[in-house]
Design a protein around this ligand. Structure first.
Ligand code: FES
Length: 113
């Protein structure tokens, strides 16, 4: 079993080969957003492979994801599986959360001026 580390939290877990990143994340009490129950249709479960190894993209994943994203290590967390080797996977920040944080930061700077 390889260790899977999830960023940005840094939480990690030993994942069995073939275990999906969504499943490993849930076991590590890390949330990967999803809506379709792992059927590769909502595309909300995207994760980025930062280091190490995951299973090669499935045919379904290749059909759903832009080739460029896959080449850059962007994977569907419900399709990408642990291989038994260590890996580090980043869960992209929630877009709404980043927008709200940027707005709050802007407001804070304006208040300082
Ligand atoms: S959970 Fe919906 S695409 Fe992965």
């Amino acid at each position: 079993m390889g260790k899977v580390t999830f960023l940005p939290s840094g939480k990690s877990i030993k994942a069995r080969p073939g275990q999906s990143m969504v499943s490993a994340a849930a076991a590590a009490r890390v949330v990967i957003p999803q809506r379709c129950g792992g059927h590769a249709s909502c595309l909300m479960c995207r994760v980025v492979l930062e280091s190490g190894e995951l299973s090669p993209p499935s045919a379904l994943e290749k059909r759903k994801m832009p080739e460029r994203d896959l080449a850059e290590g962007v994977r569907l967390g419900c399709q990408a599986k642990a291989t038994g080797k260590d890996c580090t996977v980043r869960i992209p920040e929630n877009r709404l959360k980043s927008v709200v944080q940027a707005a709050l930061e802007r407001q804070r700077k304006e208040n300082e001026e």
